[in-house]
Ligand binder design. Structure first.
Ligand code: GLU
Length: 299
């Protein structure tokens, strides 16, 4: 029987905090419990925000926590060709279209539609990330016009055409969720709530959603364990897996570690980083115990 494969997949755009430590320790603990493999994947597609020094710091923090992972580590910025191949697959089947809209244009279009076409008590739907569902403005461009704009170097994203996808794969789309007690439950995904999501960004030739499903498949990940903040993204990932003929792993979305004020820990909110705890004299064993794990990794 093949071994279960777990992964921790941080983005090197800041220092790790307790929330990351929990996720990494949980993946490691489950890999040990099920005699599985534990991988580290560096999700550095965001070339403006990710930095090599943060990647080095991630390795230092994880080693300090007593974690060990298989080498070599997969670094997403070295695999754009893989994401491009997946994108070409979708493009070749007419399931994506180029979009030249800026955020402001989308907001303006949505406001226009709300004002002129919707009842006063209705508002335009938003996706799970809080962004307006794309109103489909660029979908009606003539293919030749879109091509000319691309050739002229106009910045653009590529969006998934959910209407076309829904015809091809109406669903229901299901995946298996597992609990830490080992129970499994089949749940229904609702990918449509993402609308025509961006599959290729303007600044980089991929997106979080595309890279993560390609990598999980290429690395043979069988169990995705990540925070509840990414739970809604799973619905879209399950759909992309089906479209690309990739296996769907089992999923567990763990609770988030909150700061004393009850907010989610975040690099952007300057939550205390692991290295700051370390500098205050807190030991790795204490961090592990505080998060509910054994003080040292079991063998
Ligand atoms: N890179 C993502 C993050 O740092 C995690 C992606 C995932 O686990 O699927 O939030």
């Amino acid at each position: 029987m093949t071994k279960p494969v777990f992964r921790f997949a941080p983005s090197p755009n800041g220092r790790l905090h307790l929330g990351h430590a929990y996720s990494a320790l949980l993946n490691d603990a489950l890999a040990r419990r099920y005699d599985g493999r534990f991988l580290l994947r560096i999700e550095d597609i965001d070339i403006t925000r990710c930095r090599p020094e943060y990647e080095r710091a991630i390795v230092e923090d994880l080693e300090w926590l007593g974690l060990d992972w298989e080498k070599p580590v997969r670094r997403q910025s070295e695999h754009f060709a893989d994401y491009h191949a997946a994108f070409q697959n979708l493009k070749g089947r007419g399931l994506v279209y180029p979009c030249f809209c800026s955020r402001k244009e989308i907001a303006d279009n949505v406001r226009f539609l709300e004002t002129h076409y919707m009842e006063s008590n209705e508002s335009w739907r938003i996706d799970p990330d809080g962004a307006h569902l794309y109103p489909g403005t660029c979908k009606s461009l003539l293919p030749r016009d879109a091509e000319l704009r691309i050739e002229a170097g106009e910045p653009h994203t590529w969006r998934i055409d959910m209407q076309a996808v829904q015809k091809l794969l109406p669903g229901p789309h299901r995946f298996t969720r597992f609990t830490l007690d080992g129970e499994e439950q089949i749940v229904e995904a609702d990918p449509w709530r993402w609308g025509d999501a961006v599959i290729l960004r303007k600044d980089v030739p991929t997106s979080y959603h595309l890279s993560v499903v390609v990598d999980d498949a290429l690395q043979g990940v069988t169990h995705v364990v990540r925070g509840q903040d990414l739970e809604a993204a799973t619905d879209l990932h399950v759909l992309l897996q089906k479209l690309l003929g990739l296996p769907t792993p089992l999923y567990h979305h763990h609770g988030l570690i909150l700061d004393p004020g009850g907010d989610k820990l975040a690099k952007s909110r300057k939550s205390e980083a692991l290295h700051e705890l370390r500098e205050r004299g807190i030991t790795a064993a204490e961090v592990r115990q505080r998060l509910g794990f054994q003080p040292t990794p079991s063998t």
